[in-house]
Design a protein around this ligand. Structure first.
Ligand code: PGA
Length: 303
């Protein structure tokens, strides 16, 4: 059976009006054009679809069956048109977003604000460290990534959108917390609790120590900012974290930011995708939203 969608559409109108002339008017076609479509349709299905009783059209059993199916098919087509239209306008759609562990302190706020404007959009959020994000980008596994500056040698489209200052935190008892403009050199003998290998914060921290030619003395290594803050609070050493991760600990005085010359280390957040990837309308809309609105949604202390 070789039936076209156009024939089914015409047949639906004929079955509805039981009159070729009225069906033709409703479809803005000529009456012979409608008759021709129905004739071809009958030839394709190989069985009469209607009978003429005087001037009146009566559907045969086959005609009634086909009427049922063409209504269903035409309805599904309309639905498909509507859904595609919504996807085009980014009214709905799904986004696979991956963010650096530290970026998760604000990513959920960005998603919530975006969803207020685009309530039918849905998100999968993967929170992981820099190394894994780069692998995901390499393998084209996610739509968009929010991370610290990605390496130049990878073929990526990347745009900076917000500062990410890194500060030195200490337990309230630490004597250097009460001093101003502490020179970095005075931290030579301090022990640091550090993030896991693959963390962007850790890479930035190691780079800074290497630039200043200071050996980094590390005590413990842990894979979350929360664990770092707790370890520092417990007196296990100093820590270097993004100010995005700090809130209540500073207000309640459980931790303090040390005033060290050269700090905060100025990093930035980037929204990134693999070069050449065709972004879906919702991914394009979210990227645009992050670039243009994050500064009014996310507060960045000490930036
Ligand atoms: P991280 O990433 O959470 O992996 O440390 C943050 C960054 O790249 O600055």
């Amino acid at each position: 059976m070789h039936v076209t969608l156009r024939q089914l559409k015409v047949f639906e109108y004929v079955a509805r009006h039981l009159n070729f002339t009225r069906a033709a008017e409703a479809l803005h076609l000529s009456q012979p054009a409608v008759s021709m479509q129905i004739k071809q349709l009958e030839e394709s299905v190989g069985i009469p679809l209607y009978e003429l009783q005087g001037k009146k059209i009566v559907l045969t059993e086959a005609g009634r069956e086909l009427d049922h199916y063409s209504r269903t098919i035409n309805k599904l087509l309309e639905e498909a048109e509507e859904v595609l239209g919504e996807l085009k306008g980014a009214k709905k759609g799904h986004l696979n977003l991956s963010v650096a562990s530290t970026a998760n302190y604000f990513a959920t706020n960005l998603i919530a604000a975006f969803k207020k404007r685009h309530p039918q959009t849905t998100f999968s959020l993967d929170v992981t460290n820099r190394e894994t994000l780069l692998r995901q980008l390499e393998n084209n596994e996610c739509d968009l990534v929010i991370m610290g500056r990605p390496p130049d040698e990878m073929a990526l489209t990347k745009d900076a959108f917000m500062p990410n200052p890194l500060v030195i935190i200490a337990n309230q008892e630490h004597p250097l917390l009460r001093e101003k403009q502490v020179s970095f050199d005075r931290l030579r003998n301090e022990t640091f609790v550090i993030r896991e290998k693959g963390s962007g914060t850790r890479i930035a921290m190691e780079r800074y120590f290497a630039e200043k030619k200071v050996t980094l003395q590390t005590g413990m290594e842990m894979n979350s900012n929360e664990a770092i803050k707790q370890a520092v609070e417990a007196g296990l050493g100093l820590g270097i974290v993004s100010t995005h991760t700090l809130g209540l600990e500073l207000e309640t005085g459980r931790l303090g930011i040390m005033d060290v010359v050269g700090f905060p280390i100025a990093r930035h957040w980037y929204v990134v995708y693999r070069e050449g990837r065709r972004l879906s309308p919702v991914a394009q809309a979210f990227r645009h939203f992050v670039l243009s609105e994050s500064s009014s949604i996310v507060e960045v202390p000490l930036s």
